[in-house]
Design a protein. Sequence first.
Length: 167
Amino acid sequence: MDSAARMEDLGKEEKHKLYIVGVGPGTPDFLTGEARRAISRCRRFAGGWRQLKLAPVGAETCVIGSDLNKVRQFVEGGLDNGDVCVLASGDPGCYSILPFLRKHFNDSIRVVPGLSSVQLLSARLGEPWQGWRLESLHGRSSNKLTPPEADTVYLCDDKNTPQALAR
């Protein structure tokens, strides 16, 4: 590469990154090294209220609720000034906010995988999980469920609790 090309590369503005970080069950002990590094790079965080406890003291935060456009605007505003981190429970590759964010920030996203609740359940039971069927009840109605045909893991939320599912 000649010196003119190197100077041109130096003049290019590097885009800030949106880290989607899987925080596993949400305790520092279960964070990967890569997750810790991504978190340390950022000063603006979105996540559930439990996940936001992993953000550094003094960071700007946005609780993810039902208004995903609020989260999109929070992320947009932050990417103008630096890297932004979305703290996802479990692993961002499984029933997470990743598909929504990819629609809006595809070129900026760096996904940092985490330990999923299914992996943790499998480990605690000492059972393999490759044959399990996964169903998320987050924000969905459990009234339309049919009896499972295979071993099924239901990811529950505050409304669709294990107790409600059992009824």
